[in-house]
Design a protein around this ligand. Structure first.
Ligand SMILES: CC#CCNS(=O)(=O)c1cc(S(N)(=O)=O)ccc1C(=O)O
Ligand SMILES: [Zn+2]
Length: 259
């Protein structure tokens, strides 16, 4: 059928036909304006990833995803706007085409080359990820902007594995990767209540966007674009790029800044 994607016929502008919440009141991504209210009561965000266990890296036809064992609390984030610890489930990226930007959130109207999303779920309140993913306080996604510059010394482990997951539906072992190595030096952040940026677009995400981008090289970004939206058996070979949803209406929401 007409599965959702990022093309002309199945892209963000028509997602609302199958996912009416696309027109809802807390959709993501958004543009972060110049002036955001600084909330002194917002504490630091804490990422406890020391015992995290990555399992595999896969191409789900929309992005490249690294999945984690989230059967216990070995890697969680807490603090900041969160009332519970949230368990790391997976991380993935959104990016543009050659020379074009591809972040989802924008800052004062400016896009970055790419955006990394670390997806966490509230396993204190919800038994299953899917339950949390549909609950207003179910998910917490940390967003990190990628800008082009020097090579990122740790991103190589991910870009080097991409030739193994070129086609939709492919996966390969990817153990022992700790995403702490992808964090910028500052954990200052913006936070607001939003949604998944892909269908089902559930309004279940507390977004925590780090202000400081990380630098990756054009060469490393180029390896993302070797991935394909399509499966090995499909005759259409669609390069995986521009897999980002544009900013959505703020609809009166408050965005808070940590400091
Ligand atoms: C039910 C359900 C669900 C959502 N799954 S996800 O949170 O891992 C996710 C989150 C996001 S994002 N861009 O909103 O963080 C994108 C894609 C996915 C995904 O299905 O792979
Ligand atoms: Zn995402």
């Amino acid at each position: 059928g007409n599965h959702w994607g990022y093309g002309k016929e199945n892209g963000p502008d028509v997602w609302h036909k199958n996912y009416p919440v696309a027109l809802g009141s807390r959709q993501s991504p958004i543009d972060i304006p110049h002036q955001v209210s600084h909330d002194p009561s917002l504490g630091p965000i804490v990422l406890d990833y020391d015992h995290c266990t990555s399992i595999n890296i896969c191409n789900n036809g929309h992005s490249v995803v690294v999945n984690f064992d989230d059967t216990d609390d070995r890697s969680v984030i807490h603090g900041g706007p969160l009332e519970n610890p949230y368990r790391l489930s997976q991380f993935h990226f959104h990016w543009g085409g050659k020379g074009c930007d591809g972040s989802e959130h924008t800052v004062a109207g400016n896009s970055y080359a790419s955006e990394l999303h670390l997806v966490h779920w509230n396993a204190v309140k919800y038994k299953l990820f899917d339950h949390a993913a549909a609950a207003p306080d179910g998910l917490a996604v940390v967003g990190i902007f990628l800008e082009t510059g020097d090579d990122h010394r740790w991103l190589h482990t991910i870009t080097d594995a991409m030739y193994m997951v070129k086609y939709k539906g492919s996966a390969t072992d990817f153990k022992g990767f700790n995403p702490k190595c992808l964090l910028p030096s500052s954990l200052h952040y913006w936070t607001y209540l939003g949604s998944l940026t892909t269908p089902p677009l559930h309004e279940s995400v507390t977004w925590i966007l780090l202000k400081e981008p990380i630098a990756v090289s054009e060469k490393q970004l180029g390896k993302f674009r070797l991935l394909q939206f399509t499966g090995e058996e499909e005759d259409q070979r669609l390069r995986m790029e521009n897999n980002f949803r544009p900013p959505q209406p703020l609809k009166g929401r408050r965005i808070r800044s940590s400091n």
